[in-house]
Design a protein around this ligand. Structure first.
Ligand SMILES: *[C@@H]1O[C@H](CO)[C@@H](O)[C@H](O)[C@H]1NC(C)=O
Ligand SMILES: *[C@@H]1O[C@H](CO)[C@@H](O)[C@H](O)[C@H]1NC(C)=O
Length: 436
């Protein structure tokens, strides 16, 4: 359930709408908070929570973006690789929407890409974008400020990714390998159109690569787009999408987890009522919403559903409504462009009536790119991936996995054999002198 771009996003959307209804009905959600507290152990950062317990060395770093956000970055290495003798080339991991750097450490050391890369000698750096749980706020804004949430993936690309790469490059004196999943690929592709950013990158591996989204097949997502849920939430004055508590609430009823606390009947009634209405609207009878995850992300071949409980200790992370709006603009308009403010404000912002495109042909031909995409990915559709490929000046190495859905690229129980092994061979073929 945990994963990336639109999938969780949708789930979250549904849930956010519910949250509004629930809070406006003056219900008391204390029980939900205590439920969440009971299950999550966030104190102390990503290293302490997920990486060190698995026996890996990990250090926490805080970096500042040009627009003042304080991002958390972790550096991970394997205890079986002797760092004194040789530290491998740096690789930066970029998580998807509503996820954080924890996404790369969710399963065993043999299954999770963060651990696998460390065991292969890479100097692993874990990115966390603004607003997510492992970041540290902003130099002057508080999370309660509307302006704190005034950004979309465009700022993640141009500020967050820029800050991460600059820091890693200065720490390691080396160009950086980049791995992105879903939103992490949107950020990467947008950022690589900027020469100063592309220059810091040795090579990139994109899992479920996304730049165009207009062939998205997820009925569930499409219905929410048509319902204009993004606009509705905007009108309601929402800026932050922080649905952890509401998702937990949602999960309680949908997956029937054992409940460590009492949920009172009134809340239950309001919740299930609203939920039913929204599900009816969103699913319009064609989608089997009993299998929500598949209906949102596409059928995943290798998802271990007995781990959902664990994934939910960490996911979802917050994002901004503006980010969601920007993604919905991509779906509606079929463009890979900057945020569309509407004609008038575009003129003020960009000096033209339409937002400028991120032009994939600006990505240097010399930048080696590897991509893996799936036949069952309802968010990263094959047609859209081909559109991306056609516009790139270079000819990336591509790996097509017929039975893979969107989440499989991160959480597949066979990911090492199916794709990570291939990715690592690609990185090694890119010939940094320090790799071995
Ligand atoms: C919510 O419920 C808790 C426990 O039942 C209670 O202590 C608290 O005062 C309530 N809060 C509100 C705002 O009603
Ligand atoms: C699925 O998750 C369960 C619970 O963590 C674990 O015991 C099992 O080994 C996992 N299966 C696979 C194929 O990874």
């Amino acid at each position: 359930m945990a994963t990336s771009v639109l999938q969780t996003l949708l789930l979250l959307l549904v849930v956010i709408a519910l949250s509004l209804c629930i809070s406006s009905s003056a219900q008391n959600l204390t029980v939900v908070d205590s439920f969440i507290e009971h299950r999550q152990s966030y104190d102390g950062g990503l290293c302490v929570n997920l990486v060190e317990p698995a026996g890996y060395a990990c250090s926490e770093h805080t970096i500042q973006t040009k627009d003042g956000f304080l991002l958390g970055l972790q550096r991970v290495s394997s205890s079986i690789v002797n760092l004194e003798l040789q530290r491998g080339p740096p690789v930066l991991l970029l998580h998807g929407l509503f996820m954080g750097g924890d996404a790369w450490f969710m399963d065993s050391a043999k299954e999770s890409l963060g651990f696998i890369l460390a065991d292969h000698g890479f100097d692993v750096w874990v990115g966390n974008v603004r607003g997510t749980k492992w970041c540290h706020g902003h130099v002057s804004l508080s999370e309660r400020d509307k302006d704190f949430w005034d950004w979309s993936w465009q700022e993640l690309a141009l500020y967050d990714l820029e800050a991460m790469l600059s820091y890693i490059k200065s720490e390691t004196s080396s160009k950086v390998f980049v791995v992105g999943h879903s939103q992490g690929t949107i950020m990467s592709l947008a950022a690589f159109t900027q020469p100063d950013i592309a220059n810091m990158v040795e090579a990139a591996a994109l899992l479920s690569p996304i730049s165009y989204l207009d062939h998205i097949t997820s009925k569930f997502v499409l219905n929410l787009v048509h319902m204009r849920l993004d606009e509705a939430l905007g009108l309601l004055g929402i800026h932050q999408l922080n649905l952890k508590r509401f998702l937990a609430f949602h999960i309680i009823f949908f997956f029937e987890f054992t409940m460590p606390c009492h949920i009172d009947d009134e809340i239950y009634a309001v919740y299930s009522d609203v939920l039913t209405n929204i599900m009816d609207l969103a699913c319009d009878g064609h989608v089997d919403c009993a299998d929500m995850l598949a209906s949102i992300t596409g059928e995943n071949c290798c998802f271990n559903s007995s781990r959902v409980d664990f994934y939910l200790e960490y996911e979802p992370h917050p994002s901004s409504l503006k980010n969601l709006k920007h993604l919905f603009q991509m779906i509606r308009k079929g463009t890979f462009a900057r945020y569309d403010y509407g004609t008038l404000k575009n003129v003020l912002q960009y000096g033209q009536t339409k937002p400028p495109s991120f032009d994939l042909s600006d990505i240097p031909e010399s930048l080696p790119i590897w991509m893996a995409y799936g036949g069952n990915d309802a968010l990263g559709d094959v047609i859209d991936v081909h559109h991306t490929l056609n516009e790139l000046p270079s000819k990336p190495n591509v790996l097509f996995l017929e039975d893979y859905g969107h989440i499989d690229f991160l959480l597949s129980t066979r990911a090492y054999e199916d794709l990570y092994d291939n990715m690592i061979r690609f990185f090694r073929s890119c010939g940094t002198s320090s790799s071995s």
